[in-house]
Write a protein that binds this ligand. Structure first.
Ligand code: CA
Length: 438
């Protein structure tokens, strides 16, 4: 309402003019990186003793507010319903007991970012074949049933192959090569990334002990610094040029794989083209007391962005689409086998199981397996001494290192049976029984 109309109607209101205009402020930055939960706007408190409250205005056009909310006498508005990738304009007024309203405060605007995306910290892979490069004679393409490669059979350092590639994410990359270095005189190239100085790459290199091998067999070898460890190439997002030049004719170069995950180690199962995805770490089995929290983590390297889905005992857990699974306020019912399925384009991979044990596992000399029977129906029967009428947790292992949870069974009779289909065909199998206590 207009303050001038009020002036004409009620003389007493004149002493109230003008109301101090509040100053509005945002506790968020002017451009939000992602859509946060609540957006909080605060303003200063008016000095007039008869100011009884504030009105909060906003909309998607400057000066044209489509929403008004009475904030009462609180100098604060919390908004939870704003939409991503839109710009909002806010202003506030003060009003008093007589119904008089101040002018608008100075306007504040906020542009919200896009919806939060799942963090993907996976390393990136770039798959290249040496023979797909621009090739300079006398370097030539050869092939047999095992590989197609480039090398020079003539003693000339003129030959080269130049490989163009795209780095879809910036980062520090290592360069893995599938090479064949038959002899001391046939185990090196000159390597050059983009505009840098050419470096010598000895396949049978100078790290001690040498990382490479000198034999007439194909091996994977990282390009490394002379007398030092693997080279890190800091690459911007975009196009790059990697050049291999003949140094010792007869050194064979088949494949080149760039990886921004230093834990990645290639092998010949890595596809030569298309989508590739390799798990490089985790998740690891863990034990927690009830009420504690736990993180399971997986690391990967892939040719594209990676998506994640965690599973408990084979069932997908909703909303668990990040490399880290965080579980809080653990209960014994959270015990189980956790694994994660990853995908990158058409490439998929599933981690091994990590066993979560919630509850303290206690040794008990009165508790032991009296007899173990492998049954034809892929179950195992344990005749147990002690711990009658307690739950017994059963684990199995092939190596006494990696344990898989088979399940929890009530020891009502001194004998329990647990399904263990993975034991089928194994030459040896270990079992462990535990009593969970809270
Ligand atoms: Ca090749």
């Amino acid at each position: 309402m207009s303050i001038f109309q009020k002036q004409g109607v009620d003389f007493n209101l004149l002493r109230l003019l003008p109301l101090v205009v509040p100053t509005l402020g945002l506790t968020q930055p002017a451009v939000a990186e992602t859509v946060p939960g609540p957006i909080v706007l605060e303003w200063n408190v008016n000095p007039e003793p008869d100011v009884t409250g504030y009105k909060f205005y906003y909309g998607e056009s400057s000066g044209a507010y489509t929403v008004v909310q009475d904030a009462g006498n609180s100098p604060l508005m919390v908004l939870t319903n704003l939409e991503s990738e839109r710009t909002y304009f806010f202003a506030v007024t003060a009003y008093n007991a007589a119904g008089q309203e101040s002018q608008f405060s100075e306007e504040v605007s906020l542009t919200l970012g896009s919806e939060p995306v799942d963090p993907d910290t996976s390393g990136r892979l770039v798959l290249l074949e040496s023979e797909d490069g621009q090739i300079g004679a006398p370097m030539t393409i050869y092939s047999d049933s095992n590989a197609t490669w480039v090398d020079s059979s003539v003693f000339s350092q003129e030959g080269w192959t130049e490989l163009n590639f795209e780095a879809s994410v910036p980062g520090d990359y290592q360069v893995w090569c599938r090479v064949n270095a038959p002899t001391e005189a046939k185990d090196s190239f000159f390597v050059k990334m983009d505009g840098e100085e050419e470096q010598v790459f000895h396949v049978y290199g100078t790290p001690t002990p040498p990382e490479g091998t000198r034999s007439s067999e194909w091996t994977w070898q990282r390009v490394h610094y002379p007398d030092a460890g693997p080279r890190n190439y800091t690459l911007d997002e975009g196009s790059h040029l990697l050049r291999f030049r003949v140094r010792e004719p007869g050194t064979l170069l088949d494949r080149v794989v760039l990886s921004s995950n230093p834990a990645f180690i290639p092998d010949d199962n890595l596809p030569r083209s298309g989508d590739a995805l390799v798990i490089t770490g985790g998740p690891a089995s863990q034990t927690r007391a009830p009420g504690e929290s736990v993180d399971f983590t997986v690391a990967a390297a892939a040719t594209g962005p990676v998506t994640f889905q965690w599973l408990k005992d084979g069932t997908a857990l909703p909303g668990t689409n990040t490399p880290v699974l965080n579980l809080q306020n653990l209960q014994t019912s959270d015990s189980g086998n956790y694994k994660v399925s990853l995908a990158s384009g058409s490439a998929i991979a599933t981690s091994s199981n990590a066993v979560l044990t919630v509850g303290e596992v206690v040794e008990n000399s009165d508790f032991r397996i009296h007899r173990l029977t492998m049954n034809p129906d892929q179950t195992v029967t344990f005749d147990i001494v002690g711990q009658l009428n307690n739950d017994v947790v059963v684990y199995a292992s092939d190596d006494l290192v990696n344990w898989t949870l088979l399940g929890t069974h009530l020891n009502a009779t001194g004998s329990i049976s647990a399904a263990d289909p993975d034991a089928d065909g194994k030459t040896k199998r270990f079992y462990r029984l535990a009593i969970p206590t809270e």
